[in-house]
Design a protein around this ligand. Structure first.
Ligand code: ADP
Ligand code: MG
Length: 685
């Protein structure tokens, strides 16, 4: 038996099990052995049955002394199994396991059986209960050495394969397989122990210590493989045909001199970093992180002017049409006087062919646009720089589409979503990172307050004086309707209500379904201050910049994620006046309150990001699925940040010294880099 062998060749695995395994993507012995346990239970010694409730789940073992099925409320049923401790004296309290409306459970459990259960003990009346525990029936004695009297692995649930069957199979394979020839996936530098041993110990560890060591080995291997992939992508990107795209800087200086403010130190530092990249003959792949309002647009313009001065075209891509239009307006304002030619491309502008479609033409110096820049036949004759704003709204594939051209342009991607460090090392691991960690001076403070929807009257009483003082207001609410028609209708109804409430101040309604030119006119009137109140959906989430708008009211705030609320809040606090963000919520649950309170406490995007990451996990935050990286089987991006750092440093240094993995000690890594490249590229396209 060897590790790469297909499971089909093992005669003792019945055909239906082979098929069930295949559904899980498990076809070889290696697949089976890297189907890692989700947790372990200590079945060497069971604790006594609890007499109190606890928030920590416990693992208990007992004999079923009674079962019963009760009905309540018509068709609903509770199945109860009462467990007694094996060595218990008569006085010790039994444990009642309960399942609601799961009729199949009653077929699995019978009096006299031994059961291992895992769950949280709760006090219900006088009884100690466990609701919906995970459980396993202990069947015959001879198998006890596999399932009992040890630290026992618990696998991810699967259909058609019980814990016992799966555990039994893995146990037998490990009995019969010689793990010594299993190749280590780690370089000497990171190695701790042997891969074969780690695989044994992750399933059937002797001690909790050996389990932890095995896990560390395997997590490190997994992270290392991922970082090798990232490092190879990076190396590949750097080796592409490119050139310097950097002028002498006179045009940029001219622009900076016309600005009504001084650049922040952070802006100067970042512009210098970008300038170095533009001047180098290797392609730039840089991520610019800066909280909302930190002034990324100015940095982007500086970069664009450096490229334009050197005779190249620049593309500036934004995720929404509103934002593209805004960038267009801003750039036109600053760059027309410098004689720079601009054009704009968005899908919407293309559709309405009766409008003056494209200002400028393909020979423009700077093309601003949305995804349309990707998909239309926009011919760049001489593209030197691509700036992608609000990168988190685009997928990796979309980015690749603009950047994979030959010769390679320099690429600057910008994001206002603060990214936890581990994520920067993975999802954006192939990019160099610049950070704007300073806000421009003279910004008014933003005060954030959470209010119950029932307090709308008080809120209105607060809003009016703000409007009287000349400030402007955003009212944002989430759209919940699935159909476009209903959405538009809901938006319209909402808008009518607000018009009445804030009479006589002028209101306008903005939502995604409006025709593009109309959206633009509405935004323009709001920007000029003719409209005082903008009732809007989240189309204003990113980038919109109207400094006189100082109040934002967000309805049903509980429906938004923290990161998104922070983004929305970034629309205010952009001028000198003090700003107010009011989060209305009608859901008083403690979770909601705790979530929204984060925003009351901090206006620092990184803190919000960390809290969001605690509450929701990284997937939601960043669309890791779009990242084109393989899914993790064992590592945890949050818990294992340190290991990721070690894996990254090592992988980067290997590629630095040996970019083609030619050295004999590195050759063995080639296989998995190539393998993963293939797999992920097919994901992306
Ligand atoms: P973001 O980083 O969120 O994209 P913007 O680039 O839209 O932020 O900048 C927000 C506002 O701050 C704009 O009105 C911009 O003109 C202004 N701004 C940018 N840099 C500075 C600075 N150094 N000092 C003062 N205001 C600045
Ligand atoms: Mg911006």
């Amino acid at each position: 038996m060897e590790i790469s062998q297909p499971l089909e060749e093992l005669e003792w695995i019945p055909r239906p099990k082979i098929l069930a395994l295949r559904r899980l993507g498990i076809t070889t012995i290696e697949d089976l052995l890297t189907h890692f346990p989700r947790r372990h239970e200590d079945r060497s010694v069971f604790p006594e049955f609890p007499s109190q409730e606890s928030d920590k789940p416990v693992c208990l073992c007992g004999e079923v002394i009674k079962t019963s099925l009760r009905r309540f409320g018509g068709w609903r049923r509770i199945f109860e199994a009462t467990l007694q401790e094996p060595s218990a004296n008569v006085l010790s309290q039994p444990l009642v396991c309960r399942w609601f409306n799961l009729h199949y459970i009653q077929k699995m459990i019978a009096t006299g059986q031994q059961l291992v259960v895992f769950g949280k003990p709760r006090l219900r009346g006088k009884r100690i209960c466990m609701d919906h525990p995970e459980f396993e029936v202990i069947e015959n004695d001879e198998e006890k050495s596999i399932h009992m009297r040890r630290i026992t692995p618990i696998y991810p649930a699967t259909e058609g394969l019980s814990q016992r069957i799966l555990r039994g199979m893995i146990y037998r394979v490990l009995q019969e397989l010689d793990t010594t020839p299993i190749e280590p996936l780690l370089p000497e530098k990171l190695k701790n122990g042997d891969r074969g041993e780690a695989i044994r110990a992750i399933h059937f560890p002797e001690t909790w210590e050996s389990l932890a060591a095995a896990r560390e080995h395997l997590v490190l291997s997994e992270f290392f493989a991922m970082q090798m992939l990232i490092a190879s992508r990076r190396t590949e990107a750097h080796s592409r045909v490119s050139g310097a795209h950097c002028g002498r800087g006179e045009l940029m200086e001219k622009f900076l001199r016309t600005l009504p403010f001084e650049l922040t130190t952070a802006q100067k530092k970042v512009i210098a970093e970008i300038r170095r990249d533009l001047a180098s003959k290797f392609p730039m792949n840089r991520l610019l992180q800066g909280d909302v309002g930190s002034g990324k647009t100015v940095v982007a313009i500086a970069a664009i002017l450096l490229a334009v001065e050197a005779g190249y075209q620049a593309a500036f891509m934004a995720p929404t049409q509103i934002l593209a239009e805004q960038h267009y307006a801003v750039l036109r304002h600053w760059l027309r006087p410098l004689g720079v030619k601009l054009s704009i491309r968005t899908a919407a502008r293309q559709e309405e062919s009766f409008l003056p479609l494209v200002e400028g033409d393909d020979t423009a110096d700077v093309m601003i646009g949305t995804h349309a820049l990707l998909y239309e036949k926009v011919s760049f004759s001489n593209l030197g720089l691509v700036v992608i704003d609000e990168q988190h709204k685009f997928g990796v594939a979309q980015r690749a589409r603009l950047t994979s051209r030959e010769p390679a342009p320099d690429v600057l991607v910008m994001t206002a979503t603060p990214i936890p460090r581990t994520i920067t090392m993975t999802v954006y691991g192939d990019l160099d990172v610049s950070i704007l960690d300073e806000m421009p001076r003279g910004r008014g403070k933003i005060v954030t307050a959470v209010r119950d929807s029932s307090k709308l009257g008080e809120v209105l009483a607060f809003l009016r004086p703000q409007l009287e003082a000349g400030r402007q207001l955003y009212v944002v609410y989430p759209l919940i309707e699935e159909s476009e028609k209903l959405e538009a209708k809901a938006a319209a109804a909402e808008y009518e209500r607000w018009r009445e409430r804030l009479y006589p101040y002028s209101c306008e309604l903005l939502h995604g379904r409006l025709p593009a030119p109309e959206k633009q006119e509405i935004m323009e009137r709001f920007r000029r201050g003719e409209t005082k109140v903008l009732v809007s959906t989240t189309v204003i989430e990113v980038g919109v910049d109207v400094p006189n708008a100082t109040v934002m009211l967000i309805e049903n705030a509980e429906r938004f994620g923290l990161a998104q609320l922070h983004q929305l809040r970034g629309r205010i606090g952009r001028g000198e006046h003090k700003s107010y963000c009011i989060l209305l919520s009608s859901e008083p649950s403690s979770e909601t309150v705790a979530k929204l309170a984060v925003l009351e406490k901090t206006s620092d995007g990184f803190e919000v990001a960390e809290a969001d990451w605690e509450l929701r996990g990284p997937g939601d935050l960043l669309g890791t699925a779009q990242s084109g990286l393989p899914a993790l089987k064992i590592g945890d991006l949050r818990k294992d940040a340190q290991l990721m750092k070690r894996a990254r440093t090592t992988a980067m240094s290997i590629f630095e010294m040996d970019p083609r993995l030619e050295w004999s000690e590195n050759q063995r890594f080639r296989k998995f880099v190539v393998e993963q490249q293939g797999r992920t590229f097919s994901n992306v396209s």
